[in-house]
Design a protein around this ligand. Sequence first.
Ligand SMILES: [Zn+2]
Length: 369
Amino acid sequence: MKEDFYDILGISKGASAAEIKKAYRKKAVQFHPDKNPGDKEAEENFKKAAEAYEVLSDPDKKARYDQFGHQAFEGGGFGGGGMNMDDIFSQFGDIFGGGGFGGFGGFGGSGRQRRAKGSNLRIRVKLTLEEIANGVEKKIKVKRKIQAPGTTYKTCSTCNGSGQVTRITNTILGRMQTSAPCNVCGGAGQSIDHKPAGADAQGLKIEEETVSIKIPAGVEDGMQLKVSGKGNEAPGNGIAGDLLVAIEEVKHNDLQREGDNLHYDLYISFSEAALGTSREIDTVTGKVRIKIEEGVQSGKILRLRGKGIPNINGYGKGDLLVHVNVWTPRTLSREQKEFFQKMSQDDHFQPKPESSDKSFFEKVKDMFS
Ligand SMILES: [Zn+2]
């Protein structure tokens, strides 16, 4: 079920042309990709708002939509895929242009230059905590579209090779120049002269390529890295899209990550707590032997500085926090019971917390300070 265009823009059916434009401008600013990098939902909303505006700003389309709803456009361009980003940006001359020849400028000061770009490819890469801690180079096989060797191009006669057609319109804000991708060459500026067998209509073919991806230390689950130019190629003199690499962190058996810090639950026996002990534990950079002082209390946190994850922005390294848990035996033999019954009379077995034995809440406070 397609969302109602008025609902998308947050206006009522009786909204005036000025109200429609104002509502769309607000949505376009709110969901603009430059303001929401990598946010798919914002991009979707951005596209939806543009599509709604495209219809509601055109008196003819609006009348048809008001009468027939989305059915009015089925099979007519707005039924299925909606608009692409370039269509949307080309519309912006009308929406944001300050005066005179605006082109694509006028939003955030960054003029967008149009040049045909291949589509992006997306892959996921699974990384262990060790790989994340140390940084890693991954070689990944990627199926991407490349220009088929032997394809020749000629300059598009409709746009004379510029890839865009400009049109000048008079609007209430003054004279505007807007550009739209050339629909003959699809914005490439060139059209195919000759293509070899096996190439698609754009002179591209799919090829498997091994791409080497350098992953910096400190990445997190859900982060996205961009390898420029390793997406699908574009025909002619267009530029290749990007390869977007989503990071997936594989859960570690013993270590739990919290930002740049790591947590490790250490279980020691009752007698080890009383007598002291030493243990070898796993860290992301190999094994480390730690010493547990005699008389350690359950809940004590040992901080191993710099044994955590390097900060992705270069702000040092996190720590490894070892949580000491004293294991209480669940069952005891008769002799052991007698031993502890005897011991519980002993003054040493009576809890006598000192101020240095901080409460749980103070420890947590400490950890985050
Ligand atoms: Zn053209």
